[in-house]
Design a protein around this ligand. Structure first.
Ligand SMILES: NC(=O)c1ccc[n+]([C@@H]2O[C@H](COP(=O)([O-])OP(=O)(O)OC[C@H]3O[C@@H](n4cnc5c(N)ncnc54)[C@H](O)[C@@H]3O)[C@@H](O)[C@H]2O)c1
Length: 332
């Protein structure tokens, strides 16, 4: 079977992680080229990557490259998707596709016309715990879902430059939870109310964003949902999910480096959660890249397809609108 030659565009926090996962864990994908406007020479030399560029174009124009992983900042995604799709490259693109629905639609129209494989980086669907919860709902083990609860707190806020380009907490951070909520409830979000505050860092407020939020959801199947987000948790990356239904309840708790519990006269001590997404979601990052390779080689649809990118962004924009207007927003 022919290997899929891959180029990674954007080698920041997530691009380096995906590139290393391709090299170490996904034999179907061959990392051939990398591009970053601020190229880290030591990094690519250490990995013997021959083709390294300070712009994405040489990767997109390279006839030997079959697929690209777009890991550059969000505002670069749409132009890169359009040019890569027109060049016939399969695309894995980090979330969110873009911050405006028109731009997302424009990119996805080109993707659909060209018929390439397109996967959006909603990695959490590939987490073994969340996959099991999804399957339990699909199999009817908890009965009809009544409530979906998602807690997602980061250990520390990203740098100000990142926040400025991120589109704000709802589009940058909660978007993962909107995708997870749709995935677990097995239904679209039809109503949303979001509230938020600046409790962690004043500069986040000065950048026009909030760092703490609560979002109420109603799904088309009648189920209700609640998502709580914070940019800073003193004890690490807090990622919990629960689906409560007519026949029962299924939940996933935090993953910890070890599952030891030390009990003494002073008290009972367990590990803190993993520090952040790189450690907590490593299984899911490997899983999503394997799924991308499988979609290409087996010509099967992506698990997180263009529609998922669009729907989560619509919900995120509705959350932003709800927060700004202090109103419940209905979605078609
Ligand atoms: N799925 C996840 O868990 C996850 C986690 C973090 C970030 N992300 C997403 O990944 C994207 C990147 O985030 P990050 O945290 O890695 O950011 P980052 O700032 O750490 O890295 C971005 C990199 O892209 C480079 N770059 C900028 N413009 C470029 C261009 N035109 N062409 C090539 N390279 C360019 C920068 O020099 C930088 O090295 C964002 O869209 C973000 O939402 C997803």
């Amino acid at each position: 079977l022919k290997k899929i030659n891959v180029g990674v565009i954007g080698l920041g926090r997530i691009g380096k992680l995906h590139a290393d996962n391709v090299l170490k864990f996904i034999p179907d994908l061959q990392l051939q080229a990398v591009a970053d406007v601020n190229l880290d020479e030591a990094w690519y030399c250490e990995r013997n990557i021959n083709k390294a560029y300070s712009a994405p174009e040489p990767i997109i124009e390279d006839p030997d490259i079959d697929a690209v992983l777009i890991c550059s900042p969000t505002p670069t995604h749409v132009p890169l998707i359009i040019s890569a799709a027109k060049a016939g490259k399969h695309i894995f693109c980090e979330k969110p596709v873009a911050l405006e629905i028109d731009a997302i639609q424009q990119a996805l129209d080109v993707v659909n016309e060209t018929g390439i494989t397109f996967q959006i980086g909603f990695n959490r669907r590939f987490d073994p715990n969340f996959k099991k919860i999804h399957q339990a709902v699909v199999d009817g083990e908890v009965g009809a879902p009544h409530l979906v609860r998602i807690t997602s707190y980061d250990p520390a806020p990203p740098p100000p430059e990142y926040v400025a380009q991120s589109g704000g907490i709802f589009l940058d951070m909660s978007i993962h939870d909107f995708d997870m909520a749709r995935y677990l409830a097995g239904s679209e979000i039809v109503e949303i109310f979001a509230t938020g505050g600046v409790l962690v860092n004043k500069w986040i407020g000065e950048a026009g964003d909030v760092d703490t939020a609560i979002i109420q959801l109603k799904f088309a199947n009648g189920a209700l949902g609640v998502i709580d987000n914070c940019r800073q948790a003193a004890y690490g990356y807090d990622q919990r999910v629960e689906v409560f239904g007519a026949k029962g309840n299924i939940s996933a708790h935090n993953k910890t480096p070890t599952n030891t519990v030390l009990s003494t006269a002073e008290g009972v001590v367990a590990d803190k959660p993993h520090h952040f997404f790189l450690e907590r979601y490593q299984d899911s990052y490997i899983g999503e890249l394997q799924a991308f390779a499988d979609s290409i080689t087996q010509q099967k649809p992506s698990i997180t397809d263009p529609k998922d990118g669009l729907m989560a962004a619509r919900v995120a924009l509705a959350a932003k609108q709800s927060f700004e207007a202090h109103q419940t927003i209905k979605l078609d």
